[in-house]
Design a protein around this ligand. Sequence first.
Ligand code: NAI
Length: 331
Amino acid sequence: MRTILFSSRQYDVDTFTEANAAHGYELHFQESPLDTETAILAHGYDVVCPFVNDNVDAATLERLQAGGTRMIALRSAGFNHVDLAAAERLGMPVARVPAYSPYAVAEHAVGLILALNRRLPRAVARTREGDFSLHGLLGFDLHGKTVGVIGTGIIGRVFGRIMAGFGMQVLAYDPGPHADELIALGARYVPLDTLLAESDIVSLHCPLLPDTYHLINRAALAKMKRGAMLINTGRGGLVEANALIGALKDGQLGHLGLDVYEEEGGIFFEDHSNLPLQDDVLARLLMFPNVIVTAHQAFFTREAMTEIAQTTLANIAAWQAGTPRNVVQAG
Ligand code: NAI
């Protein structure tokens, strides 16, 4: 099975090569992102394995199919970067890795909360400079505060459990099934507006879908508790990035932790340290002392990477055997 991995880095080479010992597929690691222009590179490959910021739209899929590709094996949980309807029309199954390590993402969200609350980046920079003062580093106890979890799927449930462990009151919002394990820990399911109004920290763990696009926009930010913290480890498009700047400037938003950003494609996963940053909104966000941005690294633990590689290759094997699994349906 000839498989090409787009947007691949050395860590993909390492984990996929190790997992491939069980399959013996011909793997080709391509650094370029996948789009209509680069789809030609997949000519002659049965399976294409894109990453989260690749553009797998209808035109790209058509070119892939013309080049002989028959399956799309995503190495991510999210699938918002694929035109599923077009894939279905072209008869190309799209498989994903539904759960690799919910702990990786949930723990990173918690890391952002602790780093923001206790101003850890600032504190570390300060002690490195020989400044051992505490002014400007005042945080708050998480214990006794309220955290709002938007989306209580696999990751949101793990996150909610951890936060309950800190002694926080957990509020949850999810139009889907409610998580009994969170309710057993004292969590309350409430309407979205109630969650926004009552939470000291709001954390996003829902997928990016047409109805969750800009779920946190100017109006939603205005409904939040003044000075609250917003954490997004879901997808950039869940939050209207432009609206964040005004909310941070006037203090409505007290802290912001982003692992994903609406326009992260072409920026995240790359070293731009010698180049002027072209994205003015991101550049402005990075200037706020109460904002932390990480470059879509929440998934990036050893355990998650191993699981991602093993499941992606197992998805290909299942499809090859005529028993496809983890296939995402359009609609
Ligand atoms: P999941 O499918 O288990 O859970 C998603 C939950 O969101 C479901 O319970 C669903 O009912 C809920 N939901 C759907 N529409 C909603 C809405 N309008 N409002 C609130 N909740 C809604 O997914 P999982 O594995 O927990 O992942 C969640 C998201 O996290 C993924 O879709 C992906 O975008 C993101 N993610 C980010 C990573 C990172 O590295 N930053 C890594 C992995 C996932």
